[in-house]
Structure formats: C-alpha cells, structure tokens
Design a protein around this ligand. Structure first.
Ligand SMILES: [Zn+2]
Length: 264
C-alpha cells in the first residue's frame, strides 16, 4: 500500500523510464563518457553503467556473454517510515512502487565459465550494512553454480523509500512495518530477483542505443540573476524554475539477449 510519499519538492519521479528510439544510429566512439552527473539515476541507467564497467573484464572477443534479467517490487504492503530527511516521515500511500532490478552476466568460452556477476539496482537511499550478506545467504543454496561473492548491489538513492536502520528515527512501535521487518522483506525480494535473473540467462550481446529519460528531480530553485538555492523560495518574482527538471538526452548502453529482449 505504501512506499513513496507525494511530495512536490523531493518526490521521486518513477516515470523515469527509458524509451528507446527505434532508429537510433550507433554511436561512433563507444568508450566515451555516457552520463553527466545527476542527483539520481534510474534503475535502468545504473545497470547500463554497470554493464559498461564490467565489459573490459569480460574479454568479449574471446568469450560468449550470457545475460539474464528480472525486476521485482520491493514496495512494502503496509505503512512504513521513509529514509532521506532529518525527520521521521510515515508513508501511508504509494505514489509509485519501488523496485529491484537484477542483471546477471556470465562469460563463457565453450563450456568453461570465465567470469560471472549479478548486479542488483534497488530503489533505496543506500544499501545498508549487512543487507548484501543477507541476500548472499538466501541465494547460495538456490543457485549453487553462482559465486555469491560476485553479487553486487547498488541503490538509486531515492529519498522516498523505506528506512532500513533501527536507530535513525524515533518511530511508532505499532502500525508500521519496522525497519528490521523491511530488511527481511527486502532481502527475500532481492534474492528472488537475483535467482530469476541468473536462471533466465541466455547467450546475448551488448550494444549501443540512444535513449531519452527523465532521471532526476532537483531541489534547487533558480533565479533570474543566474543563482540557485537549495530549497529556495518558489513564490518570488525572480524565481525561474527548479534546476534540472527538463528531460535530458542520455547515451545509453543496452544489453540484449538473442531473443531481442532488452534488459537495461
Ligand atoms: Zn541524498
């Protein structure tokens, strides 16, 4: 029922979905920088970066790349405290669900496995201590052919996802999902995503595309004299808008299985 608060200034924009342009031309120099700094990257963008980072280690010219992907909801089904502000906030309705997206990669040469990883991007403010280990414990028996030490988790750094630490805020003892309960729920869901991604991997490839996405919403107000201020007033005559709210074009690396399923 709940996850993201409706807040006009800091609410996350889950509409940040990549829309691939069907006839985008290949980019000429694929190892150049892809993204400009932004306050929050979408799940797909984070996975795109992760694919780019791992490519040099995979020796694609000699190996075959096997790719799998899965997305699960990590939205709790009861009220929950939100992380990301100095004061406690209890969310009682869902503005948009938060998700975890897993990308499984394995390079092979014939029957020999060269390297492997599962990267999971989560709509959370951060990956708190111990959570990655909890997920590793959950997946090891389910996918014994995967080296659990090669599971990597990252957060999209939304400020409107559940709290995972017990001691950050004073929270009501009843009526909400407690942080430790959410951590267990989260670890179960992320483990499911990792296992699904791993088990769905098939021979694939990685290529370039040109996408269009809204990936962030800033909190800095801009003014007519060219200055900007964090949480600046928006009811002034010289207010000119919230910084960085226009859609940005991004160059994206997309991964593709042979079945032509785009994975992120
Ligand atoms: Zn932050």
């Amino acid at each position: 029922m709940q996850c993201n608060l409706s807040q006009s200034t800091v609410g996350r924009n889950k509409s940040a979905q990549f829309r691939q342009q069907p006839h985008a031309a290949p980019l000429p120099e694929p190892r150049k920088a892809l993204f400009r700094p932004t306050t929050r990257l979408s799940t797909a963008a984070c996975l795109g970066i992760a694919v780019l980072m791992i490519l040099p280690a995979l020796s694609l010219t000699a190996a075959e790349l096997h790719i799998g992907g899965a997305t699960v909801s990590i939205t709790p089904e009861q009220p929950v405290a939100l992380s990301g502000q100095m004061h406690a906030r209890i969310a009682r309705t869902v503005e948009s669900p938060v998700t975890a997206t897993a990308l499984a990669l394995e390079s092979r040469e014939g029957d020999k496995v060269l390297d492997q990883t599962i990267m999971v991007s989560c709509d959370l403010v951060a990956i708190r201590e111990g959570i990655q280990d909890k997920v590793r414990e959950r997946i090891q028996a389910r996918i014994p052919d995967f080296d659990g030490s090669k599971l990597v988790m990252n957060a999209t750094h939304t400020h409107t996802a559940p709290v995972m630490r017990e001691d950050t805020y004073e929270l009501p003892a009843e009526g909400i999902m407690q942080p430790k309960e959410y951590v267990k729920f989260l670890a179960d869901r992320v483990a499911d995503a990792a296992v699904q991604a791993w088990q769905s991997r098939r021979a694939g490839s990685v290529g370039w595309g040109l996408g269009h996405a809204i990936v962030a919403q800033n909190r800095r107000s801009t003014y007519a004299n060219g200055t900007a201020q964090m949480y600046g007033a928006t009811n002034k005559a010289d207010f000119r808008g919230i910084e960085g709210r226009l859609p940005r074009h991004r160059r994206l690396r997309r991964s593709r299985r042979r079945s032509a399923v785009l994975l992120g």
